[in-house]
Design a protein around this ligand. Structure first.
Ligand code: ADP
Length: 219
């Protein structure tokens, strides 16, 4: 079973993807993570990507579709894929449908995580991540423990994303509403759209998602 997590920056897609990976052995494909890896490679493409990402704009469809194509061609995820942060445009959605059909697969559920803009700003602008295991912390709601060690892996290095600032977030939100939100209609029409309240507790959200995954695939 393959699913898409859809929602604005800070909606909790990464958090839910991590839970699904752990509980169901699914494979998370996050284009944001792939691009962050690409930018550290020091290549010309990496440098261009970094500039675009830091400003909060979308990277070109060609680049991200290429990244996803590579992963789909090389991997065999028996537990299914979680697409996190992809697709983000109608062109990417069409390309994903095509790539999956080439390997005899489909998307079963598209889960839209709904969150108010004010909450997104608060969530994103206090966020840091454990450099070793990816556990996410927040200055106010989930501070890094006083001993400076990650509660999951004991790591002591934490990073903040260069694009987690107010200016970039404004651009990212605009990109979401202008370029990505049309996907809500696109997948609604395909009977694949399910909505969750992204303001609810993490466990509540994951419970709702589990309900969709264990329920019927077509509504
Ligand atoms: P968030 O959902 O918090 O904005 P991501 O980690 O998914 O964070 O993405 C970070 C940045 O990477 C985006 O702002 C954009 O510049 C780029 N990016 C990620 N996925 C895509 C995509 N599918 N298409 C275009 N750009 C992307």
């Amino acid at each position: 079973m393959n699913i898409i997590l859809l929602g604005p920056p800070g909606a909790g897609k990464g958090t839910q993807a991590r839970i699904l990976v752990e509980q169901r052995g699914m494979v998370q494909l996050s284009t944001g993570d792939m691009l962050r890896e690409a930018r550290t490679s020091g290549t010309e493409m990496g440098k261009r990507v970094a500039e675009v990402m830091d400003k909060g704009h979308l990277v070109t469809d060609e680049i991200v579709i290429g990244l996803i194509r590579e992963r789909l061609e090389s991997g065999d995820a028996t537990g299914g894929y979680i697409f996190d942060g992809f697709p983000r445009t109608l062109r990417q959605a069409d390309a994903l449908g095509k790539l999956l059909s080439e390997i005899g697969q489909d998307i079963e559920h598209v889960i839209e995580m709904q969150v108010d803009d004010e909450v997104l700003v608060a969530r994103v602008s206090g966020r840091s991540t454990c450099a070793s295991c990816g556990e996410v912390y927040h200055d106010v709601t989930k501070p890094i423990p006083a001993d400076g060690k990650c509660t999951v892996c004991g790591g002591t290095t934490f990073t903040r994303r260069a694009d987690d600032n107010a200016e970039s977030l404004k651009t990212r939100l605009m990109a979401y509403y202008k370029q990505t939100s049309p996907l809500v209609g696109y997948y609604y029409y395909a009977h694949k759209l399910r909505m969750v309240d992204g303001l609810a507790e993490i466990s509540e959200v994951s419970g709702q998602i589990a309900g969709f995954l264990d329920g019927p695939t077509k509504l």
